[in-house]
Design a protein around this ligand. Structure first.
Ligand SMILES: [Zn+2]
Length: 301
């Protein structure tokens, strides 16, 4: 391990990230169509022919085929290799950030703590993708991401140098439990469900990966981000709904008015998962720096 230069390890992380991206492509295609992720194995959606493994290689497969399927020469969207490349870059970025953005690409990764950081960031950065997409579209956070985060945190804590396994477990229980309690109190006070259980599990995962203090900081930053973005967004959505209602009144169309009301209801629902997912890697990397700036700002030192 000592002899491997950083550039090589970065390349490996890029490939791992691209493989995750390739898997996401499969999920995005199959889930809405109700096809199992494993069975049937990779096949052409048009002529149903089996696709050999080497054409399924992320990015490379698309380049070899020059964007056309081998079996029936149908064009394959360039979105697929672009998504895989982006995931690859995020994968490499997780190690590069853990190394403190060094310019020395020939030295090896110095210690286990950096590897633990890199793996934690890998999970956080490549988790943003599915959480944001799924939560925005379906208003839910998949268990594979939230509960998976708890498992990932516990596994990473076994690597000496970062969080200890005990800190990881305490982080998961305290962060998840705390948010659950907060949601419970809010729902009693507001008389409506204020917090999804998906958010609770997601934050528990962050607690397992970065400890309870950092997880709470993620919650605070995500809330601020959420307010900054969602309040203007809700205003715009409200205006649009009002406009629609006026239009439908003008045309005396009962159906249009009903649909405008339905839209209005949807505007009140705010997915919180994406904000948690965006805040997490940022705070993992720059939480201390941000706190320092904040304290300086408050105390003017
Ligand atoms: Zn085909």
């Amino acid at each position: 391990m000592e002899e491997i230069p950083l550039w090589y390890s970065l390349a490996v992380f890029f490939v791992l990230g691209a493989c995750v991206g390739s898997f996401y492509n499969v999920i995005v295609y199959r889930m809405p169509r109700g096809i199992s992720l494993i069975n049937p194995p990779s096949h052409c959606p048009l002529c149903k022919k089996h696709i050999p493994l080497y054409y399924n290689l992320p990015i490379v497969g698309w380049l070899i085929l020059r964007g056309k399927s081998a079996c029936c020469k149908q064009p394959i969207s360039i979105i697929y290799p672009i998504g895989e490349s982006l995931c690859g870059l995020l994968g490499a970025l997780s190690l590069y950030a853990a190394m403190g953005f060094t310019t020395d690409f020939w030295s090896p990764v110095p210690n286990l703590e950096v590897w633990a950081d890199a793996l934690a960031l890998f999970w956080l950065l490549l988790g943003i993708y599915p959480v944001s997409a799924v939560d925005f579209k379906y208003k839910l956070i998949p268990d594979s991401i939230s509960v998976g985060g708890i498992v990932a945190g516990l596994i990473i804590s076994l690597i000496p140098g970062g969080l200890t396994p005990v800190q990881s477990i305490v982080g998961a229980v305290a962060a998840g439990g705390g948010l659950y309690l907060l949601g419970f109190i809010a729902s009693k006070v507001l008389h409506k469900d204020a917090m999804g259980f998906g958010d609770v599990k997601l934050l528990a995962g962050f607690g397992a990966i970065m400890g309870v203090t950092r997880a709470v900081e993620v919650l605070v930053v995500a809330s601020i981000l959420g307010i900054l973005i969602m309040v203007p967004y809700a205003k715009i959505a409200e205006k649009r709904a009002a406009k629609k209602a006026v239009q439908s009144k003008a045309s005396q169309n009962k159906n249009a008015s009903a649909s405008a009301e339905a839209d209005d209801e949807g505007a009140g629902q705010i997915p919180f998962g994406p904000f948690l997912a965006v805040a997490a890697p940022f705070m993992y990397l720059w939480g201390d720096a941000l706190k320092e700036i904040y304290l300086k700002f408050i105390f003017g030192e």
